[in-house]
Design a binder for this molecule. Structure first.
Ligand SMILES: [Zn+2]
Length: 372
């Protein structure tokens, strides 16, 4: 699901397409087309059309994982992309995509189309006094979000770090991908209790959450599954250290990255670099007992979450890679195929939306980088 960096990228692309460079209002909305009324929060296409028709788009921003489109007169739209939502700005004459759920018809001959294969995405229309973001935590990239503020908030919490980081009431915009990445960078176990953090841990986590999100914004987010933006895919997926790297060597210690499922969320981490303090183990063991081990993840694994014994990364010679089990190799191949299929789906969506393939869009070199 798109998180802060992905939604921020969509917002920036939309601004570029819809708002004049020198400032001032964007195009007028001439009408709407709602193919799936369930996409609207209130489910009422008539009131939606009445609320937006004749309005101009004045600003496009983001709050947490939602896009915010300000209209003149003080009303505003929110767009939650959820699992598979995509937005495109296209000429009105372009044939419609079967997965288009809603569209804003602009007076300038273009349309903003919302494509959403799985129909979980939602568009809301609000008036100036509404606050649909009540209860959502601070924006991690807001300069007002200081270490002091982070400490104040985390010291009130006792939750385990992974569920805490993805809790939108705690921090806005962090989801599965960047929570796993920030925890790995901070060397903190996902099941560690917030109450056991030392001041240095708090500082590391604060810094790494901000750094990973800022870096991901710069790289246009992670194009995993269905996420793509109006101007093309992101490339942060090439830079992730643990997310969806199950079985591959941890960059720090060479031990295989582990995957556990907490609730419905897959969590990726290194059991060696992200140790669980003794005080947290009994509680974590209870949680671990409810977790689903990854099928076929191999005989090498002891109990999930327990560190695997073995040589240190620094003691290895040659290329320094620890071997992979047959299962791990097969899993890696499956993951590569899954990613390739997802990339093909995004490319098809883009063709349907009349955009050039991502590879042809300047500034989004898909071949750049690679994990190194
Ligand atoms: Zn490690």
């Amino acid at each position: 699901m798109p998180e802060l960096p992905e939604v921020e990228t969509v917002a920036r692309d939309l601004r570029r397409h819809l708002l004049p460079e020198g400032g001032g209002p964007g195009p007028e909305i001439a009408g709407t087309r709602i193919a799936w009324p369930g996409t609207l929060r209130d489910g009422d296409p008539a009131s939606f059309a009445a609320g937006v028709t004749g309005r101009r788009i004045e600003a496009i921003g983001r709050r947490g994982k939602q896009l915010v489109v300000d209209l003149d007169g003080g009303s505003f739209l929110t767009v939650h992309l959820k699992m598979t939502g995509q937005l495109f700005v296209v000429p009105a004459a372009l044939p419609r995509d079967p997965y288009e759920r809603a569209a804003l018809v602009l007076a300038d001959g273009r349309e903003v189309r919302f494509r959403d294969v799985r129909k979980f995405g939602r568009i809301g229309l609000y008036v100036a006094d509404d606050d649909p973001f009540d209860g959502i935590g601070p924006e991690p990239l807001d300069p007002r979000f200081t270490l002091r503020e982070f400490r104040r908030r985390i010291r009130r919490r006792r939750a385990r770090l992974k569920p805490l980081l993805v809790d939108q009431a705690f921090l806005a915009g962090v989801g599965n991908i960047y929570a796993d990445e920030a925890l790995w960078r901070s060397r903190l176990h996902p099941l560690r209790s917030a109450a056991t953090l030392r001041p240095a841990d708090e500082r590391a986590l604060y810094r790494n959450v901000i750094e990973i999100l800022a870096e991901a914004v710069e790289r246009r987010g992670s194009s995993i599954d269905d996420y793509t933006a109006p101007d093309g895919d992101g490339e942060m997926q090439e830079r992730l250290d643990v997310y969806q790297r199950t079985g591959q060597p941890c960059w720090r210690c060479g031990r295989p990255v582990r995957r556990i499922v907490i609730g419905i969320r897959a969590t990726h981490f290194c059991t060696w670099c992200q140790r669980l303090p003794a005080a947290d183990r009994p509680g974590a063991a209870k949680l671990l007992a409810t977790m689903t081990p990854r099928p076929g993840a191999g005989a090498k694994r002891s109990a999930a979450g327990a560190p695997r014994r073995g040589r240190r990364w620094t003691e290895l010679d040659g290329e320094g890679a620890l071997g992979r089990t047959v299962d791990e190799v097969a899993a890696r191949e499956r993951a590569v195929r899954t990613r390739a299929a997802a990339a093909a789906r995004r490319a098809a969506a883009r063709r349907g939306a009349g955009e050039a393939p991502a590879a042809d869009v300047p500034g989004t070199p898909r071949s750049a980088g690679g994990i190194s």
